[in-house]
Unconditional design. Structure first.
Length: 232
């Protein structure tokens, strides 16, 4: 059974490079995790469906269907935390991976300590309640952090775990501007390895689900130069 520190977590690695996949497996097994492996998106999705994981590591440049497509496939069936592996720190690839549904990223070859820290943060977020009691209302938006649901105009809104935690953090501070650094610390669980692009991309994804017009948001509002806030 997985603990809050990630020991015993089941992790699926989808990576076609045998050397990288082997080094990832060894590093993560040393942390006490159970590792499943696939070499392609076409193998990875059914492997996940047969035996769901606590975290999925996805290489973006896979043969056949790429990692972007695998992220989209996974998001249709699960809110499992996804960590993408990128061969470059190229902004376009990373943002595209996050837009496809990933929660975080590391650049290959990953530093074992950084990789372990990011996975532990993902696991803590996935298993941690938002800690706010009762239903919060922002216009036509209703949020119940304890029950884990969001409704817009009475209709259920499907969010990933990271999107949900981001919305709950903003909702817990109504009208207050939260900086990207604050959101990285409170939602992603770390700041040293943080990247403000994580916040911006997840805000865009969140707006597409909770706003009537994401281009002119009524709820999740940008305060230029400062951060984001949730308005009623």
């Amino acid at each position: 059974m997985r603990t809050e520190y990630g020991v015993g977590a089941r992790i699926l690695i989808v990576e076609d490079d045998d050397r990288i996949r082997s080094s990832l497996r060894l590093a993560l097994e040393e942390e006490g995790n159970v590792i499943d492996e696939s070499t392609s998106a076409e193998e990875g999705l059914p492997a996940f469906e047969r035996r769901p994981s606590d975290v999925v590591l996805v290489d973006l440049m896979l043969p056949g269907a790429d990692g972007f497509e695998l992220c989209r496939w996974l998001r249709r069936i699960s809110d499992v935390p996804i960590l993408i592996l990128s061969a470059r720190s190229d902004s376009h690839d990373i943002v595209a991976g996050l837009e496809a549904g990933a929660d975080d990223y590391v650049v290959k070859p990953p530093v074992p300590k950084e990789l372990a820290a990011r996975i532990r943060a993902l696991l803590r977020r996935a298993g941690r309640s938002a800690g706010t009691i009762g239903t919060l209302r922002f216009g036509d938006l209703e949020i119940d952090p304890d029950a884990g649901w969001v409704r817009k105009a009475g209709a259920a809104v499907s969010l990933t775990k990271t999107e949900f935690r981001l919305l709950c953090e903003l909702a817990a501070n109504p009208g207050r501007v939260l900086s990207r650094e604050t959101l990285l610390d409170r939602v992603w669980g770390y700041d040293y390895f943080g990247d403000a692009r994580l916040v911006d991309v997840h805000v865009r994804r969140l707006r597409r689900k909770v706003e009537d017009d994401p281009a002119t948001p009524d709820h999740v509002v940008t305060v230029r130069g400062l951060g984001y806030k949730l308005d009623k």
